[in-house]
Structure formats: C-alpha cells, structure tokens
Ligand binder design. Structure first.
Ligand code: SF4
Ligand code: SF4
Length: 328
C-alpha cells in the first residue's frame, strides 16, 4: 500500500454533528460547513473540496493526520466518485449504555422520543446524487452515532439510498425500536446490522443499558434475522445480522453470561456473533494500563463455544489490535 494514498480520503464523505469531513477518523483534514448553506450550495462546496483533495492525492499529498493512521486503505479505484458515506451526526439514543462513547455529549440522558437529526444532510445527499457525484453501483453507507430507531429522517435516508441502488448499508443499533426500513433493506440484501446486547438475561442487560428491554431487543433481533433470511440472492444474508457482546468488568465478564448470550443467539436463529473488549470508554479511563486477562480468556472461551454451537465468530478488530499490544 502506498503511504501517499488512502481510499477513504479519495472516496469518503463523513457527516458529523457540527461539520462535514472527508473521513470519519481524520481530525486534521479538510473540514467544511457548519450546515449554514443551502443544500445545493453545500453539495457544490463538497464537490470543489473533493476536487482539491483528489488533486493533492495525485501529487502524493495527504493531510498530516493520515501519516500514522492504522485505517489507511490502499485499494486503488480509477473512478473519483463518492463510494462511502458515514453518518455520525446525531447522539440522541433510547438506551443508556454504561460504556457509551457519547456520554460527554448526552450526559447519560436517553429517551424514546423520535427527534429530527439534521434535515440539511438528507437534502445535501439528494443534491449529490443529482450532480452524479455518488457512485450508484458501489456505495457503502455507515450509520454510527446515536440510535437510528429514534432518528426521524432515518426511513427517508434508507429509502433514498435504496432507490439509488446502494451496495451496502451498515447500521449499529440498540435494537429497542424495530425499524421496518432496516428490515426492508435486509430483505433486499442491502444492509447489515449489529446489536450490542452484551448479556444473556434481562438483569445483566438492565445493569449495563439502564433499560429493561432485553426481551424486546432479543425479539427485534429475531425479526431482523427473519427479514435477512428472506433475501433470495444471498444464502449467507442472515450472517449480516450480528449479536455483539462487549466485555465489561463487573457486569458480564464471566463464562456463565457468555453461555446464556450464545444460547439465546442460537435460539433466535443468529448465525454470526461478535466479541469485543470495552475500549470506547476504557480508552479514556485506562489509557496506558495493561489489558486485563479476562479479555483474553473470554475471547478464547467464546471461540471454543462458537465452534461447538456452529456460530461464526467475529473478533472485534480494534480489540485484537489493543490485545496484541497488551496495553490500552
Ligand atoms: S489515512 Fe486514515 S485518517 Fe487519513 S483519510 Fe485514510 S482512513 Fe482517514
Ligand atoms: S446504543 Fe450506542 S449510542 Fe446508544 S447509549 Fe448505547 S452505545 Fe451509546
């Protein structure tokens, strides 16, 4: 991979709460807009900034923040269109996870109320389609941030991407509120999702998430599995619905809870699970400290159990990188 190139920079567009960037990771690159312009003007500004970035890339110039980036992607693509859109622009959520990385913004507050995120973003993406700046054959959309189930414009955004033949929409969701649009995208083989349930019973779920919704989330996961199973073009489509377990000291770092989580996953038809360390919150509080042994032990234990149960296991990549280093 060339040190002077990054696929994300050439093809990415990343919407945040206060600004637009050209890669979610990049803090020191071009940042435009504070959503003050009209969507059409904003789309044109995106166009001209992308041109500048791509011209720089042709000269081998990357922003300073890219130098030591571990997410740099070397895959070269002749085309210059947008092929990745990250949507990280709202923090509102219906869940109160102990480890949430947005706790500084939300102050730990949550509610079931459906709120508007930023209607300018939907209109700007529409303009970018009109300008033919987005690749209609190969677009990956990544929903991060708060909870998509309580984002008012989520259905509109999903329908816009589906209408324009999106390749794949990846969603992280609390799973508390079922989304018919997400289920539709799953049925069409155009989406994948991950729900960090992190527990195998209502009591542990409530301790971690501050909500008494274990059974509801499990039931919604099952409905997403059923939707994914209806996709005719991809036999492995159910694997795109992932039940995730983030290991938290004092809450769920024990084999009994992992057993219950895996059994419930199998019972609802899940084919793929993910195991992860807790690093979003831990990175603030544990920086420089040794990675605890229980993480290694529970990763190995989960691997063994998944083999026995016939489940695919995804080991969270950032966790593996931290565990290889041995320190936070
Ligand atoms: S090198 Fe890293 S920070 Fe820079 S654009 Fe690529 S992924 Fe983003
Ligand atoms: S579901 Fe996600 S956004 Fe919501 S509180 Fe939990 S970690 Fe934070």
């Amino acid at each position: 991979m060339s040190e002077k190139y990054c696929y994300n920079l050439k093809h990415g567009l990343s919407f945040h709460q206060k600004n637009i960037r050209f890669c979610t990771t990049l803090q020191l690159g071009e940042i435009i807009s504070f959503y003050e312009e009209q969507p059409k003007d904003l789309a044109l500004k995106i166009l001209s900034t992308r041109k500048k970035i791509i011209d720089n890339l042709k000269e081998g110039i990357l922003p300073a923040g890219c130098e030591n980036c571990i997410y740099k992607v070397g895959k070269y693509d002749e085309q210059e269109k947008i092929k990745r859109i990250d949507l990280y622009y709202w923090y509102h959520c219906n869940c109160g996870c102990y480890y949430c990385s947005y706790r500084d913004e939300t102050k730990g507050e949550f509610s079931d109320k459906i709120k508007e995120g930023n209607p300018v973003i939907y209109k700007t993406i529409k303009e970018l389609y009109k300008l033919n700046e987005i690749d209609r054959n190969n677009l990956f959309v990544n929903f991060g941030g708060g909870e998509l189930g309580v984002l008012k414009e989520f259905p509109k955004l999903i329908n816009l991407f589906l209408k324009n033949n999106v390749e794949n929409i990846w969603c992280e969701t609390s799973g508390i509120r079922f989304s018919n649009e997400l289920a539709k995208a799953l049925r069409n083989g155009k989406a994948g999702l991950s729900i960090a349930i992190c527990s195998g019973c209502p009591e542990t779920y409530k301790k971690i998430k501050k909500r008494d919704k274990y059974k509801q989330v499990l039931n919604n996961l099952k409905k997403y599995v059923i939707a994914a199973g209806k996709c005719k073009n991809n036999q492995n489509n159910i694997s795109r619905v992932i039940s995730k377990y983030i290991i938290l000291e004092g809450f769920n770092n024990n084999k009994e809870e992992i057993d219950k989580w895996l059994n419930d996953s199998v019972n609802i038809g899940i084919k793929q699970v993910e195991i992860s360390m807790e690093f979003c919150w831990g990175i603030h509080t544990k920086k420089g400290k040794k990675v605890e042994n229980y993480n290694y032990e529970l990763f190995s234990y989960t691997e063994e159990k998944c083999k026995l149960l016939g489940l695919n296991l995804k080991k969270n990549e950032t966790s593996l990188a931290i565990m290889n280093e041995g320190i936070y």
